[in-house]
Structures are given as structure tokens and as C-alpha cells.
Design a protein around this ligand. Structure first.
Ligand code: BES
Ligand code: ZN
Ligand code: ZN
Length: 501
């Protein structure tokens, strides 16, 4: 899918599908965007009549197609909902583009033109608009077809953003380039998460990380079991004991050119390439979705790959403690005690609460690297899914400023995020009779917070944010921006955050 910018009139542009906007809440032609009104006139009122008959409401994320009967060179007009006119935001525009592009793809369009650049978005320029339109196009048309025998015949090949103001050309092109990098990064994360556990073992995940480093010009170090042992990462290693697959500790690093780094930030991704629960085995129903338990690490790898191209002025460490969680004669048993890199001992009362054990050591590593900020991202708790559903990640933090900055980035990125508490009183439940702490609290009580409180024990005084993506990482119903399955959540939040520094 290629994206270009052209200064041409939509009504004169030859393509198979032309995206135009409609606003919500106004009846008939009144709700048409400027471009849609022009087209409507040429089409003899077809659009406005059809829209009122079809009761297309113009809601964000909806789209409907009309054949143009040869009255304009575009074969179909794909009308996309832009929501309330005075409330058009970049996230809405992203979603509208995604819905429209998905519709165009379903029509079998190879060449798509977009007439949305003239819509007014408060505080946004041509670059921002082009960026989200391109992001939406890539996200809304993504499919994971690697294991399907029938290949994808319906793929949009060419997208042209139509401009009426030639002066906006440069900015629109720059925005398009950014949007492509971001959209492709999210789709790369989706590819990794969709990959079955057998073909994405810790070893293969480390191989992917090496590829990322090569492509993006990053430094990489992959530590084997012996080295991890030497570092004292007993919590991480304890999780890996039951698996025949060797664990890998992946360290990717991005440094801006000519120095000039403003801060050093660690992104820590949970990298459980499969979570069976271990000896505390999960029930069979739905266990196949636990290949998604490396979605945090996918978000980190995808972010690192994009950083090499976006080149923000910040140093970034990408850390992944990759392993499987499997039952076997060698597996950690409930009641076993492990020692994390910072010396803390943990009684593992439930081997299914393994993510926090791997993250504990990865966070200790980040602290040792003297980062200014650490952000971890993890499919950590079912409790977070119960609390927030599949549309928001849970956000926990020990630093209010960092939390606000990350949540602001999530908002701009169009990713749902909700602040949840780290109530210290609840720590009581993680007291162990024989070790410094247990790896779980009381079942059914504040499970998501408990995960966060556990991790907090390993970050010291480093400003830290924990993103629990157990809900939004892998979804069972498609949304305008994502098909069923892997969503690539977190990548956009990370990239928007790091680009804003
Ligand atoms: N990987 C799971 C969490 C999860 C649940 C991810 C649903 C994606 C969707 C995690 O390792 C886990 O099993 N957590 C336990 C913790 C409990 C034993 C304290 C859980 O949530 O049940
Ligand atoms: Zn688990
Ligand atoms: Zn897990």
C-alpha cells in the first residue's frame, strides 16, 4: 500500500473509491462536508438523498459506499462518518479513514483517493491530518493471512491524499511518511502477536529483535540463560524452568544521532511467548489465546523499529525477558521461593502469576541502567479485563507527571487508557510467611492493582508507569481500527509519547 499526496480536485480524480466525509446530527445535505457537497451537486443530489434514506448517521467509525454511475471518474464514493462537526478531532479522523479504507478494500478497490484533508480539526495542521489518515488506512485494512491458503485478492495498492491547497503539500507529505512508519509498526506488532507460539518461541522472538536492530540501526544484546543467571534474575529464570525452550533476555537500544538525548527511557515488554499457567495450569477453554501473552514485548519491538526511522531526541532501551510458562517435572512449583535481581525473595504461590516475575527482573535491569523513566507494558491480569473490558488499558504509576504525559499520548494516539490506583494498604495481602513477598494477593480482590503493587517493588525511586493491556491486546470483535485478534496496542501510545519529547 503506497501513499502519495496530489493537488487535484476530488470530482475529477480517477480512482475506484473516493473517501468523503459526512457530519453527524444534521439532516440531509446539511451534514455533508464541503467536499461531499461539491460531489453531491455533481451527482445530482444522489448522496444527500441516499444518506437520508439510508439513515447513515455520520457516526465516527462508520462508512457506506455509493456507485457514482459514471458521473465522476471515481467509481464509488465511500462516505465516512466524522461525528459532530465542531468536535472533529484527529482520533476521529483516524477512525473515519480506517472505516472508509476498509469499505474501499471490501469493494475491491485498488486505487483509493481521500478527500478529507480540508476538514477543519482544531489545533491540527495538514501534517497531523495526513498522518492520522495514513495510520487509519494501514490499521483499518490489516489482515493476518500468513496461514491462509487463499491469498488476499482484496488489497488496496495505492492511496492518494487529495489536497486543494498546494501550500500544504510539504507538510502533508511529511505527515504521510510519519503515518506510514507508525501504521506499519502497529501492524508489525500485530503480526508478532498473531504468530502461534510454536513459531514464535523466545529464541525466534530474539531473532525478530535482531532483525529489528539490523533494519532500524539499533544496538542489540541477547543474553542467554547463563548470563541471566549471573545477573541474579532468579524470578525470571524460575518462570522459564518448566519449558524446553531456552529463555532470552533481549536488550535493544536506540540512541539519537549526534548525542542530544534529553532523557533515557526504558520500555519493558512482557514477553511470555506462551502462558499455559505452568503447574497452576489454566483451564483449556480459550487457552489458545495465550499466545498473545507476548503482546507487551511485541509493542516494545515494534516501537523500537519505528524509532530508528522517526529519530526522536531521546535514548530508549527496549527490554524483554522472553520465556514460555509451561508445566513439567522441572517447573517451578507453588510454594517455591525465587530471588529477584534486587535481592528480594518471592514465594511463588501461583505459577500463573508469572508475568510480574519476569517483569520484576527486567525492571531491576532498567533501574541498574539508570534510566530516567521506565514504562512497562504487559498482558498482566485477567482482573484488569474484568475492570475495564477490552477497550482500555489500565494505567498505574508512581509518578503523576509521567502518568499524565503517557496518558496524554494515549489520547492523541487514539488508544483507550484508564488510571487505576496503587493503594498501598492492599500490599498487606502479598505478605509471605517465609519470603519477602508472595506473587499474588487474595483471589478476587483488586487483582490488577496487586500486579501493579508487586511491580512497584522493583522500580525503586525511578519514575515508572505500568500499562496492563490484558484486555485490549487481543480482541474477539473487530473495531474500526483493528480486526479480531491482535491489536498492536501500546505502539501508538509509545510512539506519540516519544515523538513529543
Ligand atoms: N497472562 C495472564 C493474564 C491475561 C489474562 C492476559 C487474560 C490476557 C488475557 C497472566 O499471566 C495471568 O495468568 N494472570 C493471573 C494472575 C492471578 C493468578 C493472580 C490472572 O489474571 O488470573
Ligand atoms: Zn499467567
Ligand atoms: Zn501471563
Amino acid at each position: 500500500m503506497t501513499f502519495t499526496v496530489e493537488t487535484k480536485k476530488p470530482a475529477e480524480y480517477p480512482c475506484e473509491a473516493l473517501l468523503v466525509g459526512v457530519y453527524e446530527g444534521e439532516k440531509g445535505a446539511g451534514g455533508l462536508s464541503k467536499e461531499a457537497q461539491t460531489l453531491d451537486k455533481i451527482l445530482g443530489g444522489t448522496l444527500s438523498r441516499a444518506l437520508s434514506a439510508e439513515e447513515f448517521k455520520g457516526k465516527p467509525g462508520t462508512a457506506t459506499a455509493f456507485h457514482t454511475q459514471g458521473r465522476i471518474p471515481a467509481q464509488a464514493a465511500v462516505v465516512v462518518g466524522l461525528g459532530k462537526k465542531d468536535k472533529l478531532t484527529l482520533p476521529v479522523l483516524r477512525m473515519a479513514s480506517a472505516a472508509g479504507m476498509a469499505k474501499a478494500r471490501a469493494l475491491g478497490a485498488k486505487k483509493v483517493a481521500v478527500a478529507l484533508m480540508d476538514e477543519a480539526v482544531r489545533g491540527a495542521g495538514a501534517g497531523d491530518k495526513a498522518q492520522v489518515i495514513v495510520e487509519g488506512g494501514l490499521l483499518g485494512t490489516y489482515r493476518f493471512l500468513k496461514y491462509k491458503s487463499e491469498k488476499d485478492k482484496k488489497a488496496i495498492e495505492e492511496v492518494v491524499l487529495l489536497l486543494t491547497k498546494p501550500a500544504e503539500r510539504g507538510k502533508a507529505q511529511a505527515g504521510t511518511a510519519k503515518g506510514e512508519i507508525i501504521g506499519e509498526a502497529v501492524n508489525f506488532a500485530r503480526d508478532l502477536v498473531s504468530e502461534p507460539a510454536a513459531s514464535l518461541t523466545p529464541t525466534l522472538l530474539a531473532e525478530e529483535a535482531r532483525k529489528v536492530a539490523r533494519e532500524a540501526g539499533l544496538k542489540i544484546k541477547v543474553m542467554e540463560k547463563a548470563e541471566v543467571e549471573k545477573l541474579g534474575m532468579g524470578a525470571f529464570l524460575g518462570v522459564s524452568l518448566g519449558s524446553d525452550q531456552p529463555p532470552k533476555f533481549i536488550v535493544l537500544s536506540y540512541e539519537p544521532e549526534r548525542g542530544g538525548a534529553r532523557r533515557k527511557i526504558a520500555l519493558v515488554g512482557k514477553g511470555l511467548t506462551f502462558d499455559s499457567g505452568g503447574i497452576s495450569l489454566k483451564p483449556a477453554g480459550g487457552m489458545e489465546t495465550m499466545k498473545c501473552d507476548m503482546a507487551g514485548s511485541a509493542a516494545v519491538l515494534a516501537t523500537m523499529r519505528a524509532l530508528g526511522k522517526l529519530k526522536p531526541r531521546v535514548s530508549v532501551l527496549g527490554l524483554v525477558a522472553a520465556t514460555e510458562n509451561m508445566p513439567s517435572g522441572r517447573a517451578t512449583k507453588p510454594g517455591d521461593v525465587v530471588r529477584a535481581m534486587n535481592g528480594k525473595t518471592i514465594e511463588v504461590v501461583n505459577t500463573d502469576a508469572e508475568g510480574r516475575l519476569t517483569l520484576a527482573d527486567a525492571l531491576c535491569y532498567a533501574v541498574k541502567e539508570k534510566v530516567d523513566e521506565a514504562i512497562d507494558i504487559a498482558t498482566l491480569t485477567g482482573a484488569c479485563v474484568v475492570a475495564l473490558g477490552k477497550v482500555q488499558m489500565g494505567v498505574f504509576a508512581n509518578d503523576e507527571g509521567l502518568r499524565r504525559r503517557v496518558m496524554d499520548a494515549a489520547k492523541r494516539a487514539g488508544e483507550g487508557a484508564w488510571h487505576l490506583p496503587l493503594n498501598e494498604d492492599l500490599k498487606e495481602a502479598m505478605k509471605s510467611d517465609i519470603a519477602d513477598m508472595k506473587n499474588t494477593g487474595k483471589a478476587g480482590e483488586a487483582g490488577a492493582t496487586m500486579g501493579g503493587l508487586f511491580l512497584q517493588e522493583f522500580v525503586g525511586s525511578t519514575p515508572w508507569v505500568h500499562l496492563d493491556i490484558a484486555g485490549p491486546a487481543f480482541i474477539d470483535r473487530e473495531t474500526p481500527l483493528s480486526p479480531k485478534g491482535a491489536t498492536g496496542v501500546g505502539v501508538r501510545t509509545f510512539l506519540y509519547y516519544l515523538m513529543g519529547i
